[in-house]
Design a protein around this ligand. Structure first.
Ligand code: FAD
Ligand code: GLY
Length: 379
């Protein structure tokens, strides 16, 4: 139970898209909010991501239980983007062309059709396109033999999203403390009492843990209260297309790669998924496989300039699903573990967590995602 009252305040640990969106929602309702980040706001996974809102394309076997949350957030996106752009006065470049997951040979086609059967069984709005229908939409995908078409899987520019959230949150009165790492969460008599950050104590009646891949390492919590989140490294690169005449307009997935065209002509090529702790070095093998797979699907990339390479850390929980809502410490609220879908899940997380803090009511959609699910079962 969260004991928020009008004279209390909220501290949020982490100024990624998750922490900032919760802060914005709370501040608009008149809550006093302070957000701490160890670096610059939006410089973690929220900067590294591709910005796909891919609830249908990214469905994995065994992860059907994530669909209600993922699909709700996907549906919230258009209104969320419009409201944020208006509050921040900044664009987030929500693009609604949809996603093509292409096959380039018979094996890949069989695999995609198998996956399509799962997507259809769960009621997702996806259809099969022939090679000719793919080329009608994207002529440069010359080798495509077919594709799964996901007309509702859109994209947003995640870097612009983070900048807009920062502007909207601070504009609504959020006190943003950058370059100020939280060393520990203060717990007194079983309740969250604030944080120690930059060597100082800061009191609050509610603390939200939204530190992405670093969430497990924040001090002050007993083992049962530390979220089981680890970094899942992703290497990425960006190529430069002609913005007026881009090679592709849809988000495109192919074996071992995805391609995300931005309005400014950048073509985001991603991503590896590696268990390497916080080692952020790029590897020849990682970049090679991304470029090779991108070239296989879209040979025209060969001529494009390479304009940026980077690596980021997805916050992956033990079951790769988010951790939302209350836990064993009264007044400590979790908003972490968003793994591959944190950009997609920003609107629904902001709604669920801010409403929980304000009203004490946890949305039924969030109940499967409580920290409690990791508690060992008594023998
Ligand atoms: P972060 O953005 O990492 O923010 C956490 C913040 O906490 C950081 O700013 C960090 O500095 C701060 N912090 C850490 N420790 C402390 C401390 N001690 N004190 C204070 N602050 C602290 N998701 C999608 O939906 N679509 C995609 O296409 C997509 N592509 C991705 C591609 C890659 C390569 C990666 C790495 C991720 C991708 N994701 C995608 C996942 C998405 O980026 C994340 O799930 C999301 O950004 C998580 O947001 P966050 O705010 O929880 O974490
Ligand atoms: N959702 C894409 C990624 O995590 O790479």
């Amino acid at each position: 139970m969260v004991a928020y009252s009008s004279d209390s305040s909220v501290i949020i640990v982490g100024a990624g898209v998750i922490g900032l969106s919760i802060a914005w929602r709370l501040a608009r309702r008149g809550v006093r909010v302070t957000v701490f980040d160890k670096g610059r706001a939006g410089s973690g996974a929220s900067h590294a991501a591709a910005g796909m809102l891919a609830a249908c394309t990214e469905l994995e076997p065994g992860e059907e239980w994530l669909l209600p949350l993922n699909r709700r957030s996907q549906q919230l996106w258009p209104a969320f983007a419009a409201e944020l752009e208006s509050a921040a006065g900044l664009p987030v470049d929500l693009r609604e062309e949809g996603t093509l997951h292409v096959a380039l040979n018979a094996d890949e086609q069989a695999r995609l059709r198998h996956h399509l059967a799962l997507q259809e069984k769960t009621g997702l709005p996806v259809t099969w396109l022939s090679g000719r229908e793919v080329r009608d939409r994207e002529p440069m995908l010359a080798g495509a033999t077919g594709a799964v078409w996901s007309p509702q899987d859109h994209q947003v520019d995640n870097r612009k999203l983070a900048a807009a959230l920062r502007a909207a949150a601070t504009g609504a009165g959020v006190d943003l403390r950058e370059e100020t790492p939280v060393e520990r969460i203060l717990v007194a008599d079983g309740r969250a009492a604030g944080v120690e950050a930059g060597g100082e104590r800061h009191e609050a009646s509610v603390v939200v843990l939204a530190a992405g891949a670093w969430s497990r390492g924040i001090g002050g919590l007993t083992p049962d209260a530390r979220p089981p989140v680890r970094p899942v490294k992703g290497q990425m690169l960006a190529l430069g297309m002609d913005a007026a005449n881009p090679l592709i307009r849809h988000v495109v997935w192919a074996s071992g790669v995805y391609l995300v065209p931005r309005r400014d002509g950048r073509l985001i090529v991603g991503a590896t998924a590696e268990e390497r702790g916080f080692d952020d070095r790029l590897t020849a093998g990682g970049i090679l496989s991304l470029l090779q797979n991108a070239w296989r699907a879209l040979p025209g990339v060969e001529e494009l300039p390479l304009i940026e390479t980077w690596a980021g850390f997805r916050p992956g929980s033990r079951d790769d699903a988010p951790i939302l809502g209350p836990g064993p410490v009264d007044g400590l609220v979790y908003a972490t573990g968003h793994h591959r879908n944190g950009i997609l899940l920003t609107p629904v997380t902001a709604d669920i967590v801010s409403r929980f803090i304000l009203d004490g009511a946890l949305d039924a959609l969030a109940r499967p995602f409580a920290l409690e699910r990791f508690r060992p079962v008594a023998a």
